[in-house]
Write a protein that binds this ligand. Structure first.
Ligand code: ADP
Ligand code: MG
Length: 232
């Protein structure tokens, strides 16, 4: 069953006296525990698709359903609640707060969700373990490598137990070895937490670590066959 559905989604931006179709009648379904990669040339609409799926932008037309709820039919306040409860977002730049330790970065989001810090601490510790950072829990961003910062970012996105995990070019700032480790980690957390994960990527060599590939071109989407899985 799909937990993320985009049905006939179109997103238009005003462009002088014209309109630009960033998304053109996009249909996409992603199931629980599915890891989908999204590829396509620059400007083809990949980030727009993630923004719409993340409920950050309301499409011009069409429907977005997350975990059974039509997020295009609710108020702005409801959409914000749904985003906090159901969606994890990971961008290329981790955007960590410079003065907070790794564990505090995770707890900060819990604070915004109105959760008790005590429950959060245990989960934050477990998640930092999960992403291989248990020894770095009390380090601040400047004491971490780029790869470690991206791991904190991933753990932070998982704090709210999201149903949907949206990842925009997570490896663009990393070298090859660290990039592969990050994509393998995203594979692991998708399996471990059964998220519906969509990752925008330029690294076509890592596509076999994902379950399926969708390609965007001029705001339109097409889905390809599942690639063969790489040995671990
Ligand atoms: P990608 O992530 O594949 O590079 P984007 O989703 O960022 O593509 O952009 C798709 C199209 O929408 C591009 O033509 C881009 O210039 C346009 N676009 C993106 N964001 C905006 C915006 N806020 N206002 C106007 N046009 C935009
Ligand atoms: Mg983009």
């Amino acid at each position: 069953m799909s937990v993320l559905s985009l049905v006939n989604v179109t997103l238009e931006y005003p462009d002088g006296s014209f309109t630009l179709k960033a998304l053109d009648s996009v249909d996409l379904r992603v199931g629980r525990g599915e890891f989908l990669s999204l590829v396509g040339p620059s400007g083809s609409g990949k980030s727009s698709l993630l923004a719409v799926a993340a409920t950050l932008i309301k499409p011009t037309s069409g429907v977005v359903v997350i975990d059974g709820e039509d997020v295009t039919a609710v108020t702005e306040a409801e959409r914000t609640r749904l985003r906090r409860e159901k969606v994890g977002i990971i961008f290329q730049q981790p955007n960590l707060l410079p003065s907070l330790t790794a564990v505090e970065q995770l707890l900060f989001g819990e604070h915004l969700r109105g959760k008790a810090a005590r429950d959060g601490r245990r989960r934050a510790g477990e998640l930092l373990d999960e992403v291989g950072l248990s020894a770095a829990a009390n380090k601040r961003p400047h004491q971490l490598s780029g790869g470690q910062r991206q791991r904190v970012n991933i753990a932070r996105a998982l704090m709210g137990e999201p149903t949907v995990l949206l990842v925009d070019e997570p490896t663009a700032a990393l070298d090859h070895e660290r990039s592969e480790a990050i994509v393998r980690l995203l594979r692991h957390v998708t399996d471990q937490f059964s998220t519906a994960t969509v990752m925008v990527t330029h690294d076509t060599e890592f596509l076999p670590l994902t379950d399926s590939v969708a390609t965007m071109r001029d705001g339109r989407i097409s889905r390809a066959v599942v690639p063969a899985t790489l040995p671990n």
